[in-house]
Ligand binder design. Structure first.
Ligand code: AVJ
Length: 320
C-alpha cells in the first residue's frame, strides 16, 4: 500500500497540552479545551454517543445528506477537490464522494499524524477512483492544498457534524477566515450545523440515559492524567450539560463533587465542592446567526438544506 507516500506533512506545531491545561485551570471560572476529548478512547466514546437514541445529530445529518445529495451535487458542480476538516466521518465522506459529480481528489486535513495515517489506508481502499491526498496540518490555519494529478475545478471544504459549534463565535470566525483562504477563489464549503430548537430535544442529546456522554466528558480527565501526569480523581467529578437558551448553546461542565486539590505539572489547583469547570460548548444555530459569522469571514450562505423537522442543516458557503 503506497497511500502513505501521498501524505503531505506541513508539520503543524504540536498541541501544547500542559500549557493549555495550566492556562485553563488558572482562569476563573476554570475551563479545559474540548479539543483534548479525542484520544483513542474519546473517539470510541464519541462513536458510541452517535448510536444513543437521544443523540439525533449524526442520524439526522446522514439522512439529510443522503436526501439532499442530488441537489448538493448540482450546486457544487463537477470535478471538486473535496477537503475534509478532520478524518473521522467515513460514512458521510462516502455519501459525499459517491454523490458528487466526478470528484477529483479527497484531502482529509488532520493535526494528528497517527489519526491521519490510520485513516489513509482505509480511505485509499474505499475511494479507489478518487485520488486521496491527506495533509497533516492545523485546519484552523489556511492550508495550501496538494495538486491532484487531474486538475480540479474548485475546492469543497466539508465540515460536517456541527463541529463548528464546539468553537466560540470568535473562534468560529477565525476558523471561517482560514477556510476562506483554504477554499480558494472558486471554492466552497459544506457545513453541518445543529439548529436551535426546543431544549427538550437538545438537552437529552448531551445527557443520554446510558451515561455515555458522561463517560466521554470524564475521559478528558483520564486522558490528561495519562498524557501530562495530572492526578484528577475521576470519581471526584461529574458531568453536567445545560442548554443555555440565551446563548443558544449546550454548555458542558465537570463539577467537583467535593472540595479537593489537583496537581498538574507540579502546580496545585483547588476545587470547591460544587465548583463547575467548563469543558465544551455545542453551539446551536439560527440562519441569521450563521450568516453573521460567515459575513465576518467574507463568506455567504448560497444554499441551505434542512431535515423535515428543521433540527439540523447543511449550508453551502462561498466567498462574497
Ligand atoms: C463534535 C460537535 C459532533 O458537540 O455535539 C457530543 C461532540 N460532545 N456529545 C457535539 C459531543 C458531547 C459533538 N461534535
Amino acid at each position: 500500500m503506497n497511500a502513505v507516500l501521498n501524505l503531505t506533512d506541513l508539520q503543524p506545531t504540536p498541541d501544547d497540552i500542559s500549557g493549555d491545561v495550566l492556562a485553563g485551570l488558572s482562569r476563573t471560572p476554570k475551563r479545559l479545551p474540548s479539543k483534548y476529548f479525542y484520544d483513542r478512547r474519546g473517539s470510541e466514546l464519541f462513536e458510541e454517543i452517535t448510536r444513543q437514541p437521544e443523540y439525533y445529530l449524526t442520524r439526522i445529518e446522514l439522512a439529510l445528506l443522503e436526501a439532499s445529495m442530488a441537489q448538493i451535487a448540482e450546486a457544487v458542480g463537477p470535478r471538486a477537490h473535496v477537503v475534509e476538516y478532520g478524518s473521522g466521518s467515513g460514512r458521510k465522506t462516502r455519501l459525499l464522494l459517491d454523490g458528487l459529480d466526478d470528484p477529483v481528489a479527497y484531502t482529509p486535513i488532520e493535526i494528528s499524524r497517527s489519526a491521519l495515517l490510520a485513516s489513509v489506508e482505509r480511505l485509499d481502499r474505499e475511494f479507489g477512483d478518487v485520488e486521496v491526498l491527506p495533509v497533516c496540518a492545523d485546519f484552523t490555519q489556511p492550508v495550501p492544498l496538494p495538486r491532484p494529478e487531474r486538475t480540479a475545478d474548485h475546492a469543497l471544504v466539508f465540515f460536517p457534524g456541527s463541529t463548528i459549534g464546539n468553537f466560540t463565535d470568535e473562534e468560529a470566525v477565525r476558523l471561517l477566515r482560514a477556510m476562506h483562504q483554504t477554499m480558494g477563489d472558486r471554492g466552497g464549503a459544506l457545513l453541518g450545523i445543529d439548529l436551535q430548537k426546543s431544549p427538550a430535544i437538545i438537552e437529552p442529546a448531551y445527557n443520554d440515559a446510558n451515561g455515555v456522554t458522561a463517560k466521554f466528558t470524564l475521559n478528558l480527565l483520564a486522558r490528561l492524567n495519562r498524557d501530562i501526569g495530572s492526578d484528577f480523581d475521576l470519581d471526584g467529578f461529574e458531568h453536567r450539560a445545560d442548554y443555555v437558551a440565551d446563548a443558544g448553546r449546550i454548555e458542558t461542565f465537570l463539577v467537583s463533587r467535593r472540595a479537593q486539590d489537583v496537581t498538574v505539572e507540579g502546580r496545585g489547583f483547588h476545587f470547591d465542592a460544587g465548583e463547575a469547570m467548563q469543558v465544551e460548548y455545542s453551539q446551536k444555530y439560527t440562519d441569521a446567526g450563521l450568516a453573521a459569522l460567515a459575513a465576518q469571514a467574507g463568506l455567504k450562505v448560497v444554499r441551505a438544506w434542512n431535515d423535515p423537522q428543521d433540527w439540523f442543516g447543511l449550508r453551502l458557503l462561498q466567498r462574497t
